[in-house]
Design a protein around this ligand. Structure first.
Ligand SMILES: Nc1ncnc2c1ncn2[C@@H]1O[C@H](COP(=O)(O)OP(=O)(O)OP(=O)(O)O)[C@@H](O)[C@H]1O
Length: 241
């Protein structure tokens, strides 16, 4: 197997006095969509924030594209090609959808082919192009946040619970958008609680519990193995649809 694009080795993270990640190790292969699952408080968001340098790993190593980024500053990690869409989304509600997207492209105007591709992934954004982003629904705001993250080509996209709180029809649109991202060859690490969405999308799956990876493998193997699901999802996912 080629060297993973992203590799965590025995990463530990403390937040103040709290020891949150207890030696997290996994790899994300180029072009794969890897699902990071686990119950509330398992450490999924902390893992994404540690990759981005928003929390500092207190031990272990994070390599991206062959480079050690464990001690890199967040802007350098972003410049290296990792985009992060936090659960809180980080969009400008007073600005229009267009302005939100234009501002996300820091190195100059977005070329029209890329813009067309992005708006093809999220057609609602085209409909509300000139409306303030604050008027969008929760799911549409989430889509805008993802569109902002991919306004410029990225090597790796980290997305925290994009389907959280969405109506089933919106979950389906989000699944379609991520399928299209996969087909375009994007590499994605996706935190999910919704097993329906996770199983529809994941190439690889990681399950976290109590700051540790308790399972890693192919999503298709997990989907096909009821007893493994029972054991792991019973352990790690309180509720899944
Ligand atoms: N700023 C903080 N200060 C102290 N503890 C924190 C802080 N942020 C997170 N934690 C703790 O770290 C643990 C892991 O939290 P994290 O948000 O990474 O979990 P998660 O798996 O993403 O959960 P969720 O699905 O609820 O978002 C939890 O016990 C949480 O209370």
């Amino acid at each position: 197997m080629p060297e993973p694009l992203l590799q965590l080795e025995a990463v530990q993270t403390h937040i103040g006095p709290y020891h949150i990640l207890h030696g997290v190790s996994f790899g994300v292969q180029t072009g794969s969509l890897t699902m990071l699952l686990g119950r509330n408080g398992a450490g999924k968001t902390t893992t994404l924030r540690t990759i981005m340098g928003l929390w500092r790993a207190s031990a272990g190593r994070i390599r991206f594209d062959g480079r050690d980024i464990t001690a890199s500053a967040t802007p350098d990690i972003a410049r290296a090609g990792i985009a992060y869409v936090p659960e809180s989304m980080g969009i400008f509600t007073d600005l229009t959808v267009r302005e939100n997207i234009v501002l996300a492209a820091r190195s100059g105007p977005i070329d029209s082919a890329r813009l067309d591709w992005m708006l093809g992934l999220f057609p609602a954004l085209r409909r509300f192009w000139n409306l303030p982003a604050g008027n969008l629904s929760g799911g549409q705001k989430q889509m805008l946040a993802i569109a902002r993250a991919i306004a410029e080509p990225r090597r790796l996209l980290l997305v925290d619970e994009p389907t959280k709180g969405l109506a089933p029809v919106m979950v389906r649109s989000m699944i379609e958008a991520f399928k299209a991202l996969k087909e375009a060859g994007e590499t994605v690490l996706l935190v999910e609680q919704n097993f329906y969405a996770a199983s529809a999308l994941g190439d690889d799956v990681l399950i976290m519990d109590d700051g540790r990876i308790v399972h890693s493998g192919r999503m298709s193997d997990l989907v096909a193995d009821q007893s493994l699901q029972q054991r792991l999802l019973g352990l790690s996912l309180d509720a899944h649809q």
